[in-house]
Write a protein that binds this ligand. Structure first.
Ligand SMILES: C[S@@+](CC[C@H](N)C(=O)[O-])C[C@H]1O[C@@H](n2cnc3c(N)ncnc32)[C@H](O)[C@@H]1O
Length: 207
């Protein structure tokens, strides 16, 4: 298997400097739509500690930190994206380089885990979702927003053609398959909707 994570890291390291300013399909347009949807969903939710997996330049955490005072944690594979996030100097935010399928946090640490336009890049999606489940507290929310063309999106984006497997890893997802994967992981699905075009958001609650 190719080193998908290395390809992703190289790709996003190259995008980091212009990611926020550009507003096109290959850059941050979808991300902004997903982040705004996640922020509006979380507006009425009380939480003290949130982790954004695949946080990129910290766009979502920046949005949320304007409205809420709490512990914000962002993790991303690309050190350049993390550098851009750190440069925003968002109060209360801690950004680290890491991978979605090996989260460097203890179990039951977060009230909310978010993932915006990042899941379709993961070679080990089920493992990444299990990690989100593990680090969430009981009653915590996993808010995943992505584009339904999934694996095809990753191919267009960073020239990675994921191998389709029956196990569910490395495959194209849509809101229904994400909801199914969430249930299999142990989440109760509390919201599952199409946001705009191919963009969807699914919310899972850890019982
Ligand atoms: C399209 S950007 C989205 C960034 C941000 N969440 C947003 O919505 O604007 C995808 C991000 O996922 C990150 N990423 C890709 N694969 C990853 C992995 N396996 N673990 C953690 N982050 C990953 C990339 O480095 C990139 O910053």
């Amino acid at each position: 298997m190719k080193d998908y994570e290395k390809l992703s890291r190289e790709h996003f390291n190259g995008q980091a400097a212009v990611y926020d300013e550009r507003n096109t399909v290959y850059y941050s347009r979808e991300g902004k739509i997903s982040c705004n949807d996640i922020a509006s969903l979380l507006r009425s939710v009380f939480f003290e500690k949130l982790l954004d997996v695949g946080c990129g330049t910290g766009y979502l955490i920046d949005l949320l930190a304007r409205e809420k005072q709490c512990g914000f944690y962002g993790l991303d594979l690309s050190e350049k994206m993390i550098e851009a996030a750190k440069n925003k100097k968002i109060p209360g935010a801690v950004f680290v380089v890491g991978t979605a399928d090996h989260l460097p946090y203890g179990s039951e640490s977060f009230d909310v885990v978010t993932c915006s336009q990042s899941f379709h890049h993961y070679p080990y999606q089920e493992k990444a979702m299990r990690e989100a489940f593990r680090v969430l507290k009981r009653g915590g929310l996993y808010v995943l927003s992505d584009t339904g063309i999934g694996g095809v999106g990753a191919m267009i984006d960073n020239h990675i053609l994921f191998k389709l497997t029956r196990s569910g890893d490395c495959r194209t997802q849509n809101r229904r398959s994400i909801a199914k994967m969430m249930k299999k992981t142990g989440f109760e699905v509390v919201d599952c909707r199409q946001v705009r075009g191919f963009i969807y958001t699914v919310v899972g609650k850890k019982p």
